[in-house]
Structures are given as structure tokens and as C-alpha cells.
Write a protein that binds this ligand. Structure first.
Ligand SMILES: *Cc1c(COP(=O)(O)O)cnc(C)c1O
Ligand SMILES: [Zn+2]
Length: 434
């Protein structure tokens, strides 16, 4: 088996060793992706091996990422793997959410069950392992929160030094708190995500620090495991729709690559269609897919949304996301009010998620209303982050104090505020009887 990096940019296609420390094609600046040549195991055998590993106590087999390691064989030695037993996330039924979106059945694959509470762990275990394999000492990323929380944890586990750069004042406390606890050197920069990414790319090159943003092709390899595990859990029955929120568009890129590799190797019988949902105030990919493509990709220089995980105006992976969505897929945008209400509905299912994740349900509801998704379609939406990431948002919504980025108030349609009661059993009894 030969693993190598290839330029994603069409006319170029240059190839590089998998051990070269590059994040873009040195020839043309295009995105890179990992590719593999060589014999592939027969589909039935692979499915069998993956099932058997669920009963194993070996750390790699217990990981919901490395269990599927045949699909991303870029490491030569297992000892380089840094795992916190990521993945292994459930697919959950959600009746209330289904009726809210006016579909028969929507299921959620909840990546918030990961060790640091978001899908970033699926990618970070791969990126951090590659850093170890390359002998790097320091790793860095810019983050809207979850990437830094995840990178800090995996770097700490690997004995690497994590350096994170975050937009000052624009990050949920749950996420910042994690990065501090895991020991990351944390720099709060007075700039937005896209501006800091430009800085950190130069810094990593200058100082020999390994960059772990999603432009890193190995993170994409790890995130492929989300669709692989999903298919395994569905006994290889492909859903009609996989729905995912879009920020920097690394996740949709990984889903598209993962699904098409499963399809090419005969592990699934058809391709799922993908729906990417963006927040209206940070929706450059939605605009691009809506308008005639000859205008090119236009970045949003002032992205705004309370769903901070998808507050990105210049998503690096848009060419890969474009390929993933193809002609069959859909891209939609949803408002702050729609996200907030959808989030509360997901909460009422006993599931819960962070704001960015709820864009999926809001998007399905909108696409269903427009007739673009059918009521009987088989839908799996990916909840990207844990409910505890952003408790401040939850409290404000349920007490009707949530305000959009422009100061407009968001209505607590499904508000469930706490009630203050006196220290008086009679009064409390009365209240509960009423
Ligand atoms: C990172 C993140 C996203 C956005 O994913 P991209 O790969 O950047 O498109 C969405 N939701 C959550 C919770 C995230 O952490
Ligand atoms: Zn190139």
C-alpha cells in the first residue's frame, strides 16, 4: 500500500510523500489530499474485521476512528497513534424533531459524545498522530473553540506543546475552559478567524510548528470515519440525506471523500446526498452555490452568527466541499431565530447540542417546507458539538434574553425558564399542583 499527498487542484495533480510537512501544493497553492494505491481488502472481509474489533480491548480497535484504519492507511506504525477512544458516537431517534421538521423520521448522529465534546476529535486523533510520526514538538491552530479544545487534549496526551490562537471575545467559555485545562498556550487575538488563520500559517512555517487546522489533510482523513462509522451502524444501508452544518467546510469535505471511497471499494451500494447548512450571517458557500459559479468564490469579510463554531467567512475547503455536494446535494442557510428554536427542539428530545449543530434541523425543516427534501426520505443529521459547550446561550434563550449579533432579540419560542420560589413547602406544593 502506498500513501501519498496529491494536489486537489485539477490541472496540477502534483504528488508528494506523505512525510512532507506541507499544507498546500508547493507548485500551485491548491489544497492537498491523502491518496492510497495498492490492493484493497474485499468488502465483506473488511466489514467482518470492523465488527470483530468492537469486542477487542486493543486501544486502536476501541477507537471509533482507528477501528476503520484500512480506509486511511497513512501511518506506517501503530505506535504513533494518539487515541482518547474518540468516535463511537450514537445514532439517536428524535420524534419531536421529526415532527418539527415535518418529516417521518430524522435521526441524529451525535458527535458531541466525543472525548472533548465535538467531531474535531475524529480528525485530531489523525492529525496529532501524524505530528508524532513526523517528530514535531509543537502544534498550533486557530479556532472558533472546538478545534483548540480538541487539539489541546490530543497534544497533551501525545506530550506535544499545543499553541492556540483564538478570536478575542468570540469563543464560548466551555471551549476556552477546555483549552486552558488541557494546558494549551492560549493567545487571544484581536482579529476574526479568517485573519488569524493567515497569521498562524506563516507562524507555523517560520517556527517549525505543525499546523492542525482542517487545511491539514490528515484531519480530513480522520473525519472520514464519521461516515464510515455511520454506515457501519446502519448496517451499510445508505440514507438518502446526510445533513451537516458548514463552517470552514472541512467536515463536509471529509464526508464526501469518505462516502465516495466506500462506494468505490464496494462497501456501500449507492452514494448518499449531502445537505450543508450555514448560518445566514456567515454563508459564503450558500451564496456561491446559489449564484452562477462564474463569479467565483466570494468570501464574507464580516461573518456574524451566535453559532460561533460556524462563524467563518472564508472557508478554506470550499473546493472540496463543492465536489462533495456535487449536483445532487443541497446547500441552505438559516437565521439565528431558526437555529435557536431548532436547538431547543433538539433539547426537548433529550439530546441537546451546541448552536451550530442545530442548524441541521433548522435546515431540514426549511428544505422540507420548500419540497427539496421528501417527508419519507431517510435522513441522518450530524450533531457536531455537545450541549454543554455553550451554556450561556441556552440560559439566555430560555429566559428570553438572547440577542442576535446585530442586537435584535431572539424570541424564546420554546423557552423553559427556571422559577424562583420561596423557602416554603406550601407555596411550592401549590405551584406544582397548579
Ligand atoms: C468545527 C465545527 C463546525 C464546522 O465544521 P467545518 O468542518 O468547519 O465546516 C460545526 N459545528 C461544530 C460544533 C464545530 O465544532
Ligand atoms: Zn498543485
Amino acid at each position: 500500500m502506498r500513501a501519498y499527498l496529491a494536489c486537489f487542484h485539477d490541472p496540477c495533480g502534483a504528488e508528494y510523500p506523505v512525510t512532507e510537512v506541507i499544507y498546500n501544493c508547493p507548485k500551485c497553492g491548491g489544497l492537498l489530499e491523502a491518496r492510497y494505491d495498492g490492493a484493497v481488502t474485499e468488502p465483506w472481509t473488511l466489514k467482518q474485521i470492523w465488527r470483530e474489533r468492537r469486542m477487542s480491548n486493543h486501544p486502536l480497535d476501541q477507537s471509533g476512528v482507528w477501528r476503520y484504519r484500512e480506509m486511511f492507511p497513512f501511518l506506517e506504525e501503530d505506535r504513533h497513534v494518539i487515541t482518547l477512544r474518540e468516535g463511537n458516537t450514537p445514532i439517536l431517534d428524535a420524534c419531536i424533531a421529526s415532527s418539527y421538521a415535518a418529516v417521518d423520521r430524522i435521526r441524529f448522529k451525535h458527535q458531541g459524545f466525543n472525548p472533548t465534546g465535538s467531531f474535531k476529535d475524529n480528525g485530531m486523533t489523525a492529525g496529532a498522530s501524524q505530528a508524532v510520526r513526523l517528530g514535531m514538538k509543537r502544534v498550533a491552530c486557530v479556532s472558533t473553540g472546538n478545534t483548540s479544545a480538541s487539539m489541546a487534549a490530543y497534544a497533551a496526551a501525545a506530550g506535544l506543546e499545543p499553541i492556540i490562537l483564538i478570536p478575542n471575545g468570540n469563543i464560548a467559555f466551555g471551549k476556552l475552559g477546555q483549552a486552558l485545562d488541557y494546558g494549551a498556550k492560549t493567545l487571544q487575538v484581536d482579529a476574526n478567524f479568517d485573519q488569524i488563520l493567515a497569521i498562524v500559517r506563516i507562524l507555523s512555517e517560520k517556527l517549525g510548528i505543525y499546523l492542525l487546522n482542517s487545511v491539514n489533510p490528515f484531519r480530513i482523513e480522520g473525519q472520514k470515519s464519521i461516515v464510515i462509522e455511520m454506515m457501519d451502524q446502519l448496517d451499510w444501508q445508505v440514507p438518502d440525506w446526510i445533513v451537516v452544518p458548514g463552517g470552514n467546510l472541512g467536515n463536509i469535505s471529509a464526508f464526501g471523500k469518505g462516502a465516495s471511497e466506500l462506494y468505490k471499494q464496494g462497501l456501500i451500494a449507492k452514494m448518499p446526498k449531502f445537505a450543508v447548512i450555514q448560518a445566514a450571517g456567515a454563508s459564503p458557500f450558500y451564496e456561491f452555490m446559489k449564484a452562477p459559479h462564474e463569479h467565483g468564490f466570494v468570501a464574507n469579510t464580516h461573518p456574524e452568527t451566535l453559532a460561533t463554531a460556524i462563524k467563518i467567512g472564508d472557508p478554506v475547503s470550499w473546493p472540496k466541499a463543492w465536489r462533495a455536494v456535487g449536483t445532487e446535494g443541497l446547500v441552505e442557510s438559516v437565521t439565528e431565530q431558526e437555529i435557536a428554536d431548532a436547538k431547543a427542539v433538539i433539547g426537548r428530545c433529550g439530546i441537546g447540542c451546541e448552536p451550530a449543530s442545530a442548524a441541521t434541523l433548522a435546515g431540514v425543516r426549511k428544505l422540507r417546507a420548500a419540497g427539496k427534501i421528501g417527508a419519507e426520505d431517510n435522513i441522518v443529521a450530524v450533531l457536531t458539538g455537545n450541549v454543554l459547550k455553550d451554556p450561556d446561550y441556552i440560559y439566555r434563550y430560555h429566559t428570553n434574553q438572547l440577542q442576535g449579533p446585530d442586537g435584535s432579540s431572539i424570541h424564546g419560542t420554546f423557552a423553559n425558564p427556571p422559577t424562583v420560589v420561596p423557602n416554603d413547602i406550601e407555596a411550592i406544593t401549590k405551584l406544582l399542583e397548579g
